[in-house]
Ligand binder design. Structure first.
Ligand code: ADP
Ligand code: MG
Length: 221
């Protein structure tokens, strides 16, 4: 018997302008614990694909299923819940709140900012900051981090709820080789059965993933 499917795209079609398809029948199946790189030149549709895998947009054709159920069949509150509980998303440009500290940015993802940031949630954040090597930066404001540090915080924020699915959109863009390797380590090491999809055009990143799929002519090959 084959392993269960976590996430699946079936004949996914996306067109921004009528008749101009960015995605033109994307099929793909992700099983729990897999790591997959999505590669392709700038403008080929990698970010578009990740946005649809996250249920952030409705496709023009086909569907995305998470644990067997189409995202499009879910009410918007249920979709919010899917994103809040099952999904970690790493944006290309970290997207931290600049005036909050590293710890506060990570806490925010757990919904435990403020006086209630106590007990279990706080120790979870501390453990994560320790594990990601970010503990020395915990009290630093996000706008005072280097690009590489900010991106590591963005990864920590995506992992803090221990979601089964993590989508990362060029998480190592404009970061040097050592910084990029540190980010990929965070995403891919010690992950039990977390499934990770990384859009990247960095060959050093894609080489670390178990599978590499390329967006080409609107399809995955
Ligand atoms: P990648 O992430 O691989 O660089 P994108 O998914 O961002 O590619 O973009 C794929 C194509 O779709 C590009 O031609 C881009 O200009 C276009 N595109 C992306 N987002 C939009 C949008 N919101 N409206 C119109 N066109 C868009
Ligand atoms: Mg992109």
């Amino acid at each position: 018997m084959s392993a269960p499917v976590l996430l699946e795209a079936r004949q996914l079609v996306v067109e921004y302008a009528r008749g101009r398809r960015v995605l033109d029948g994307v099929d793909f199946v992700l099983r729990p614990g897999e790591s997959v790189a999505i590669v392709g030149p700038s403008g080929s549709g990698k970010s578009t694909l990740l946005a649809h895998l996250a249920g952030l947009r409705r496709p023009d054709g086909g569907e995305v299923r998470f644990e067997g159920r189409p995202l499009a069949s879910r009410a918007s509150r249920e979709l919010d819940r899917f994103r809040a509980r099952q999904l970690g998303f790493v944006f290309q440009r970290a997207a931290l709140l600049p005036y909050l500290t590293v710890r506060e940015n990570v806490c925010l993802a757990l919904g435990c900012l403020g006086p209630r940031a106590l007990g279990e949630s706080a120790s979870r954040v501390d453990r994560l900051l320790e594990w990601t090597g970010l503990a020395p930066l915990a009290e630093r404001r996000a706008d005072r981090l280097s690009v590489g540090e900010a991106q590591r915080v963005a990864v920590a924020r995506a992992l803090v709820k221990n979601p089964p699915l993590v989508l990362a959109d060029e998480p190592t863009g404009s970061i040097d080789a050592a910084g990029a390797a540190a980010i990929v380590d965070l995403l891919l090491l010690d992950r039990s059965d977390r499934t990770v999809v990384i859009a990247t055009h960095d060959a050093r990143v894609s080489a670390r993933c178990e599978r590499v799929l390329a967006v080409q002519g609107g399809r995955l090959v």
